[in-house]
Structure formats: C-alpha cells, structure tokens
Design a protein around this ligand. Structure first.
Ligand code: S3P
Length: 463
C-alpha cells in the first residue's frame, strides 16, 4: 500500500477496525465500524493463481527464475513448501519488498520422491495442480490438506487423470483427499471438461507435458488461462482456439521465466466494491491484473452503474495489467449468469454485498460451483449477509438479492473462508453500528495484509 494515507493508530479509540486476539489464533475476531470516508492508493499482493503457476512451472524448468510480488497468502506458501519437499530449491529474498522467490529449476527430472506426505493445507489449486503433475512423475506421492480441502471434490481430478493412465486414488471411493499417486508414464487425452475449472484444466495440462501423446481439452466456457499463457512463454507447444486447448508433450525442458506477478484482481474486488458502495470514496488500485478471463467483476460493476476507470494498461510477462480507479457510485441490480460466471466466480461473495446496497433486484445464476469452494458460499454468503439485514434467497445455483435495505452491524462468521471474511468487512463498512467478524484470520489464505490495507484506506476523520 502506498504510504499516501495516514495509517490509523491501532490503539485509537476511533479505530474503525479493531483487533481482538483470543487465546487461540483460530478464534481471531475483528470489529469493523463504518467510516465517513474511504480513500487510498493500494498496491495489491501478487495474484494467487499466477503465483501458483509461476512457482510450479519454474520448478520444472531448467535454470534460475526470480518471481517478485509472489502471492504472500497461505495457499501460495503451501505450494512452495510442497515443491521444496519434492526437492526443488526455492530461496526467499526477504530483503526485497515484497519478498521475491528465487527458483533453481533442475528440469522435470529434478523432482524427487517426497520423504513424507505433502500438505496442500487449504489450497485446492496446490492439490489439483500438483495432483496432475505428480501423476506423470516416476515416484509415490501422497497429498493431503486441511479439513475443508479434504471435503472438496477430487473425483473431477481423478477421473480425467485415470483416462490418461494415472494410478491415483482418493478417500471415500475416490471422491476426496488425501490422494495417493503412484506416478507412471501417461498418455494424452481428448477430454471435454464437465465444468469450466481452471484447476482441472491446469492439472491435465501439467500431466500432458510429460505424456507420450498429445492432449486436447474442450472447455464448456473458457476459464482463467494463466497456465496456458505461462506455458507458451516458457516454450511449450500449446495452442488455444476458442474453447479448445491443445498441448504437445515437451520435447525439451521448459525455459525459466522471471516475472513480477500482477496484483490480484480477486483481492482488488473488495476495494472495488467498497469504493462503489461507500457514499464518500475514491480508491486507486495500482498494477492490478486484468486478464480478460478474470475481469467479470469489472464488467458487472460497470453494468451496475459503477464509476470505475481503467488506466495505464500494459502487458508484462504475457499478462495484462492496469491501474483501476473506483469512486462512490449509485448502483442498480443486474442479472448475472452464463459464460461470465467463471470470470468472476471468486468475486461473487463480495458482489453480493454490492447487490445488497444496489437499487432493485440482482439475480445470480449458473454458479453452483460456489457450493464446493472453501465453504458452501451460496449458503454462507446468504446466511451471514442476512444476519446484517440483507434479503437474500439462496438458489441451488446462485442467489436472488433484494437491494436497498439498510444493513446493521452484528456478530457474523467467516466460516473459516477467506473470501467471506473480507466480504463481511466490506459489508460492515456500510452497516450501521459495529460488526464483529469471527475467524477473521481466514483472510491470510490469500491476503494477509487485508486488514492493514483496509485500515489504511479508511479516513482518519472517522467520528
Ligand atoms: C483457480 C480456479 C478456480 C478458482 C480458484 C483458483 C485457479 O477454481 O475458484 O480460487 O487458480 O486455477 P476452479 O478451478 O475449481 O473453478
């Protein structure tokens, strides 16, 4: 965060974000009060999805690469730890701000059998991408995760990998992690993805790199394409034609690519919505990724009437980025569904807050995938925002939100879901009185500095 704003003294009685640490870190609670102004200039943490891919693919490359602005959240660090356990040398350059990673890739044969179980913690991207990669490496791997990740569907990963010849199985009749993988030589597949999942697409592409024949993936709708962009930059023979992705097995090692990871648009979303719904706001977001497979939140906010401007567009390491300015707006309800959903799936919780404040009704459909994220986000978003006074009807694949009702602070819970913790903080900024968010530490999964950045964007004049 650029130091253009006075940071509020955390001990100030008028501090709009209080911090109560209960004896167990698991019970961390944050109290948020509305503020008169919301203003600031924010530089976001590195994009989580790009960070995972940058460290995984550079670990397979031959040579050194430096990744700056690497996603600092727990999810990306879980990937780093797993890769280290697989024998990859990854040094952290703490002297840099934000710290960067130096990866000494030894090529695909540099990966070694891990001495113990790999732990993806809460990160489905870690588990699924490494699940694909390790299926084609000649050793045994076992990948587990936290209680939440162990209840998320893994059959969608296991089924296509088995079609490629993988020896992979999971708990509960191959539905869940832990996953046990006896790596072996794979064959390419011609596969139609049953859902627009970038994690499954990427897992198959990682497996396909080392398969003995070509891989063809047919997507129902294009999902985020960071794996494809980076693979091409590193020399893989990969083509994209509309919804089709075709990949040839590697004929030589990937070339390392150093990069600065663009700011995470999924993290920007909290400030975009906060700026749009707050009556007295102007926020500038610097160096934010605007890959078109991720910008659904911008499209929907514009359709709702947001005063949002994109400046200084450019391309770095194959990924587009820009500065975004958001100002207080008069929003109205919209219908959201169809092909845009994969382009904003992670932003739907905070979009629901925008819809609560907007004039009229918002309908979100075709988003059943929300039910299998870090929490059942249709259920948790509906129940927690309703506690604040919102009127939301959950649907099997989305929700109907009746906007314009005043919100009032009360006690709410993140359900240990990072996106819900941050979503509730945004709702609290426009709720009357005080909102107490239980398990607020969940934000660390993707955005450890979230509370500090939010604090800095709140005006000192908060009486
Ligand atoms: C991600 C893909 C999406 C997204 C997740 C990150 C990725 O999940 O929700 O937060 O980095 O590939 P799905 O692949 O399950 O749609």
């Amino acid at each position: 965060m650029a130091e253009q704003f006075a940071c509020l003294n955390p001990t100030n009685r008028r501090n709009p974000i209080g911090h109560h640490k209960k004896p167990s870190a698991k019970a961390e609670t944050r109290t948020v009060r509305p503020s008169l102004r919301l203003e600031g200039e924010i530089t976001l943490p590195g994009d989580k999805s790009i960070s995972h891919r940058a460290v995984i693919l550079n670990s397979l490359a031959k040579g050194e690469a430096e990744i700056s602005n690497f996603g600092p959240g727990k999810d990306c660090m879980a990937t780093v730890r797993c890769l280290r356990a697989l024998g990859v040398r990854i040094d952290s350059r703490a002297s840099q701000d934000p710290p960067s990673l130096l990866i000494s890739g030894a090529g695909e044969d540099g990966l070694k059998e891990p001495a113990s179980v790999l732990n993806a913690q809460d990160s489905a991207t870690t588990m699924r991408l490494l699940g694909g990669l390790l299926s084609g490496r000649p050793f045994l791997s076992i990948i587990t995760g936290d209680v939440s990740l162990r209840s998320r569907p893994m059959d969608r990963l296991i089924e296509p990998l088995r079609l490629m010849g993988a020896d992979i199985c999971g708990r509960g009749g191959d539905s869940f992690a832990p996953l046990v993988i006896k790596g072996r030589e794979l064959r390419g597949i011609d596969f139609t993805l049953p859902m627009p999942s970038a994690q499954i697409k990427s897992a198959i592409l990682l497996a396909g790199l080392f398969a003995r024949s070509n891989t063809l993936l047919r997507q129902p709708t294009p999902s985020r394409d960071h794996t494809e962009r980076l693979l091409r930059l590193m020399g893989a023979d990969l083509e994209i034609q509309g919804n089709l992705v075709s990949l040839l097995p590697l004929s030589s090692s990937l070339a390392p690519v150093s990069l600065r990871v663009p700011g995470d648009i999924s993290s920007a979303a909290y400030f975009l919505v906060a700026g749009a719904i707050h009556p007295n706001a102007r926020i500038v977001i610097r160096d934010c990724g605007i890959n078109p497979t991720r910008t659904g939140i911008i499209d929907v906010l514009l359709a709702m009437g947001a005063r949002l401007k994109i400046d200084n567009e450019r391309l770095e390491a194959g990924e587009p980025l820009a500065d975004i300015v958001i100002e207080s707006s008069e929003l109205h309800g919209v219908e959201v569904g169809g092909d845009i959903i994969p382009r904003l799936i992670d932003e739907i919780p905070v979009l629901a807050v925008a819809a609560c404040v907007a004039r009229g009704k918002t309908v979100i459909r075709d988003a059943g995938e929300l039910r299998v994220k870090e929490s059942d986000r249709i259920a948790t978003v509906s129940s927690e925002l309703s506690r604040l006074g919102a009127r939301i009807e959950p649907l099997p694949d989305g929700m109907v939100i009746y906007g314009g009702r005043p919100l009032s602070g009360t006690e709410v819970s993140s359900h240990f879901d990072h996106r819900l913790a941050m979503t509730l903080a945004v709702a609290a900024l426009v709720s009357r009185g005080e909102t107490t968010i239980k398990h607020a530490q969940a934000a660390q999964v993707s955005y450890p500095a979230f509370w500090q950045h939010m604090q800095q964007a709140l005006s000192v004049d908060n009486s």
